[in-house]
Design a protein around this ligand. Structure first.
Ligand SMILES: *Cc1c(COP(=O)(O)O)cnc(C)c1O
Length: 381
C-alpha cells in the first residue's frame, strides 16, 4: 500500500513556516503578555485590512464569535434567527443558548448553502436576524439574503467559519467573506482555511458601536477595568494563538491560490467520473474549499474502500442539526428534505494547500475504483 495521505496536511505547512512561527512564539515568551498582548491588536489590524472591514475582534473560537455577535445584537429569549440546519451544530447552538429560536431553512441541493428563495416564507414578527453559513468555503447568496433582510428590517450574521479568504465577486472586485454582513464570524480551528494551533476566532463589522459591544462582551462586559457595563463572557483569543496566525499569514494568499487551483483540478478530474456528483460552484464567487466535498451513493462502502487505500475521508455532516436529538423539537423532521438528502451523500476528500498533484491523482484513481467496488456490492445478489 502507498503511504497514507493526510486528510489535512498541517505537517508540511508547519515545515514551511517553522522559522516565522518559532520567532513569533519566542517574542511572546519574551514579553510575557499572554493575554491581550500586542500580537492581538496586530492580528486584528491585519485581518481587518485583509477583509476590508473597519473592525476585527479576535475571540476564543468560532463558536465564541457566534455567541458574542448574537449577544452584541442583544438577541433575547423568544427572538427568532433564520438559519440553515446543514452546518456544524455551533451555528444553531449559540442561538438556542441565548434562549432564542433557530428557524431552519433548507439548502440549495448543489451548493449546500441556505436557499435564499425559501427564507422569506419563514420570517415572522419575532425574526431578528438571518444567519447564513458559507459552507465548504463558498460564500452563501449574500446579496439576495441582504435584500431580504433590508426589506424586513433584519440583521445578517455570516457564519464564515469555513470561508475565510473566499470572495463574493471574482478577482480584485471580489468582496471578502466575513465582511459581507452586519457581523461576520470566523474560526481559526486548526483545520479551517486559516488556522491556529488551538482554538481561536474573529468577528468582523463596519459598525463601531457593535464592534465596541463585541470588545466589551469578550472581557466580561467591561467598558473599563472593574466596570462591568453589561453581561459578557471570557472570550479572548490568547496572544500565542494570535502570534501563530500572524506567522501563517506569510503564505496565506499562496495557500488560498493553491486551494482554489486544487479544487478546480479535483472538479476537472472528477467531471466525467460515473457515480460522483460535484458540488455546485457559482461563477460569481470563488470557493476556498475548506473541505473538498462531493456527493456519492453507497457512501459507507466508498469510504471503506478508500480507507483501505490509505485515503481518509470525512462527512460534513451526516445529519442536519434538526435531526440531532438536542434540536429535534425545533421543527418537524420533514422541514428540510434537501439537507437530509445531502447528509446521506456528502463525503469530503483530503484537501489542504500542500496536497500535491500526485496525491490528488492517487485519490481520484482510488475513488474511481472504490465507486466501482461499492456499486458491485450494492447489486442484488
Ligand atoms: C468550525 C465551525 C464553527 C465553530 O468554530 P470553532 O472554532 O470550532 O468553535 C462554527 N460554524 C461552522 C460552520 C464551522 O465549520
Amino acid at each position: 500500500m502507498n503511504a497514507p495521505i493526510p486528510f489535512i496536511d498541517l505537517k508540511r505547512q508547519y515545515a514551511a513556516l517553522k522559522a516565522p512561527i518559532a520567532e513569533r512564539m519566542q517574542r511572546v515568551l519574551d514579553h510575557g503578555q499572554y493575554i491581550m498582548g500586542p500580537e492581538v491588536g496586530e492580528l486584528e489590524g491585519r485581518l481587518a485590512a485583509f477583509t476590508g472591514a473597519a473592525h476585527c475582534i479576535t475571540v476564543a473560537s468560532g463558536t465564541e464569535a457566534l455567541l458574542i455577535a448574537l449577544m452584541a445584537l442583544n438577541l433575547k429569549p423568544g427572538d427568532e434567527v433564520v438559519t440553515t440546519p446543514f452546518t456544524f451544530a455551533a451555528t444553531a447552538e449559540m442561538i438556542v443558548l441565548l434562549g432564542a429560536k433557530p428557524v431552519f431553512v433548507d439548502i440549495e441541493p448543489d451548493t449546500c448553502n441556505i436557499d435564499a428563495a425559501l427564507i422569506e416564507a419563514k420570517i415572522t414578527p419575532r425574526t431578528r436576524a438571518i444567519m447564513p453559513v458559507s459552507l465548504y468555503g463558498q460564500v452563501a447568496d449574500m446579496d439576495a439574503i441582504k435584500a431580504i433582510a433590508e426589506r424586513h428590517g433584519l440583521l445578517v450574521i455570516e457564519d464564515a467559519a469555513q470561508s475565510f479568504g473566499a470572495t463574493y465577486g471574482i478577482g480584485k472586485s471580489g468582496r471578502k467573506s466575513g465582511n459581507l454582513s452586519t457581523l461576520g464570524c470566523t474560526s481559526f480551528f486548526p483545520s479551517k482555511p486559516l488556522g491556529c494551533y488551538g482554538d481561536g476566532g474573529a468577528i468582523f463589522t463596519n459598525d463601531a458601536a457593535l464592534a465596541q459591544a463585541c470588545r466589551e462582551i469578550r472581557v466580561h462586559g467591561q467598558s473599563a477595568r472593574y466596570t462591568h457595563t453589561r453581561v459578557g463572557v471570557g472570550g479572548r483569543m490568547d496572544t500565542l494563538q494570535c502570534a501563530i496566525v500572524l506567522a501563517k499569514l506569510e503564505r496565506f494568499e499562496w495557500e488560498l491560490d493553491q486551494r482554489r487551483a486544487l479544487g478546480a483540478r479535483y472538479h476537472a478530474l472528477l467531471a466525467d467520473v460515473h457515480g460522483v456528483r460535484l458540488l455546485g460552484v457559482r461563477d460569481d464567487r470563488d470557493c476556498v474549499w475548506a473541505q473538498y466535498t462531493v456527493f456519492v451513493e453507497n457512501r459507507a462502502a466508498v469510504q471503506a474502500a478508500l480507507t483501505a487505500q490509505g485515503i481518509p475521508t470525512a462527512v460534513h455532516y451526516p445529519k442536519p442539526v434538526h435531526h440531532q436529538p438536542a434540536y429535534a423539537s425545533l421543527c418537524c423532521p420533514d422541514c428540510c428534505p434537501q439537507s437530509v438528502a445531502a447528509g446521506q451523500q456528502v463525503m469530503s476528500l483530503p484537501m489542504s494547500a500542500d496536497l500535491t498533484h500526485e496525491q490528488q491523482d492517487r485519490i481520484v484513481g482510488a475513488l474511481q475504483a472504490a465507486l466501482v467496488e461499492a456499486a458491485m456490492l450494492a447489486l442484488p445478489t
